[in-house]
Design a protein around this ligand. Structure first.
Ligand code: ADP
Ligand code: F6P
Length: 326
C-alpha cells in the first residue's frame, strides 16, 4: 500500500487541448486508488498562495470534451525562487498534500523536479503542450488537436489562395520547435516549410520562389514556424515581395486559435491514459518522472532524462516534405 493520501494536481505553462481530460483522469484514478485529490488553480502561483481545494468525481464531469483548463494555468516567476517554492511547500503541508501531478511542458517539469528534490515530495509530470517538444514522448497532449486546427485553417486559406493565384505565408506556433509546422506542412501539401531545426532555409525558399516564377505556379503556401531562423512570416514575406514582385503575397499569423478548441479523440485518449498512468506511478512510489507515450504505450521517463534530452525532428519527414513539393 502506498503512503500517499492526498494528491495535488495542477496545470502549468501554456494551456493545451486535452488538459481537462488529463485532470479528469487524475481525479478519478486518484479517487479509485483510495486517495483524495486536490485541484490547485493557476499553476504554481496557486500553490504559492494556497488556491487549492478537494475535487470530487462530479467536479470533472462533462469536461473531457472542453479545451483550455478548468484549473486555469499560469507562468509563475515566483516559483523560480527559493522563497516562492518555500511558500508553496508550506501551503501543500497546510493542506496535507503529499504528492503532485503537474500537467505542462518542460518548464513546468523543471520546476517540479527542483521542488521535489528540495522538499522530498513525489512529483509526476504529464506532457501537455501544443508544441510536441518534450523529449521522451512521441506525443504531447494538445499537439494532435492543434495540428488539426492548423490543417483546417490552411485548407481554408488554400481556397482563397488558389482563387486569386496568391502565395500565403502562414505562421504557426511551436516556440523553438518545428513539429507543428512540419506535420501541418506535410498534411496540407505546403510548398515550403521553414522550421528552426533546419539551416539554409532562406536560400532554399529563394530557390523555390524562383522556380515558382519560372513554372508560373498559381498559388502556394509557405509554412513558417514561429521559431525559425529567418524571421517572422510578415518579415520574410516583405523581403520576398520586394525580390519577387511577380507574386501576389499575403500573410496569415494563426496565433492563439491554435491553442483552443475541443480536443481531438487522440488527445482525449492520450490524456486519459497518461492521467491514470500518473496516479499508478505515484502509487508505485515513483517520483520525479514524466509519464510519456512511446510506440503506442505508456513509458516512465525520469525528469532529468526528459529535461536533458532534445526531441529531434525526424529527418525522414523533412525528406518527405521536400519530395512531395516538386
Ligand atoms: P512550459 O511548462 O509550457 O514549458 P514555461 O516554460 O512557461 O511553460 O514554464 C511554466 C512554469 O514552470 C514557469 O512559469 C515557472 O513557474 C515554472 N518553471 C520553469 N522553469 C523553472 C525553473 N528553472 N525553476 C522553477 N520553476 C520553473
Ligand atoms: O508553448 C505553447 C505556446 O503556444 C508556444 O507555441 C508559443 O510560443 C507560446 O506558447 C505562446 O505563449 P503565450 O500564450 O504566453 O503568448
Amino acid at each position: 500500500m502506498s503512503k500517499i493520501q492526498r494528491i495535488g494536481v495542477l496545470t502549468s505553462g501554456g494551456d493545451a487541448p486535452g488538459m481537462n481530460a488529463a485532470i479528469r483522469a487524475v481525479v478519478r484514478a486518484g479517487i479509485a486508488s483510495g486517495c483524495e485529490v486536490y485541484g490547485i488553480r493557476h499553476g504554481y502561483k496557486g500553490m504559492i498562495y494556497g488556491w487549492m481545494k478537494e475535487m470530487t468525481s462530479k467536479d470533472v464531469r462533462n469536461i473531457i470534451q472542453r479545451g483550455g483548463t478548468i484549473l486555469k494555468t499560469a507562468r509563475c516567476e515566483e516559483f523560480k525562487t527559493q522563497e516562492g517554492r518555500k511558500m508553496a511547500y508550506e501551503q501543500l503541508s497546510a493542506n496535507k498534500i503529499d504528492a503532485l501531478v503537474v500537467i505542462g511542458g518542460d518548464g513546468s517539469f523543471t520546476g517540479a523536479g527542483i521542488f521535489s528534490k528540495e522538499y522530498d515530495i513525489p512529483c509526476v509530470g504529464i506532457p501537455g503542450t501544443i508544441d510536441n517538444d518534450i523529449y521522451g514522448t512521441d506525443f504531447t497532449i494538445g499537439f494532435d488537436t492543434a495540428l488539426n486546427t492548423v490543417v483546417e485553417a490552411i485548407d481554408r486559406i488554400k481556397d482563397t489562395a488558389s482563387s486569386h493565384d496568391r502565395m500565403f505565408f502562414v505562421e504557426v506556433m511551436g516556440r523553438g520547435a518545428g513539429f507543428l509546422a512540419l506535420h501541418s506542412g506535410i498534411a496540407t501539401g505546403a510548398e515550403a516549410i521553414l522550421i528552426p531545426e533546419e539551416n539554409g532555409q532562406e536560400e532554399k525558399l529563394r530557390k523555390h520562389m524562383q522556380s515558382g516564377v519560372n513554372k508560373r505556379k498559381a498559388s502556394s503556401i509557405i509554412l513558417v514556424a514561429e521559431g525559425n531562423n529567418v524571421g517572422g512570416a510578415q518579415e520574410i514575406a516583405t523581403k520576398m515581395a520586394a525580390e519577387f514582385p511577380d507574386y501576389s503575397i499575403r500573410v496569415n499569423v494563426l496565433g492563439h486559435i491554435q491553442r483552443g478548441g475541443s480536443p481531438s479523440a487522440f488527445d482525449r485518449f492520450l490524456a486519459s491514459r497518461l492521467g491514470t498512468a500518473a496516479v499508478e506511478a505515484l502509487m508505485d512510489d515513483q517520483r520525479s518522472i514524466m509519464v510519456g507515450w512511446q510506440n503506442h504505450d505508456v513509458v516512465l521517463v525520469p525528469f532529468n532524462k526528459t529535461l536533458k534530452g532534445t526531441r529531434n525532428i525526424n529527418q525522414k519527414l523533412l525528406d518527405v516534405a521536400d519530395i512531395l513539393t516538386i
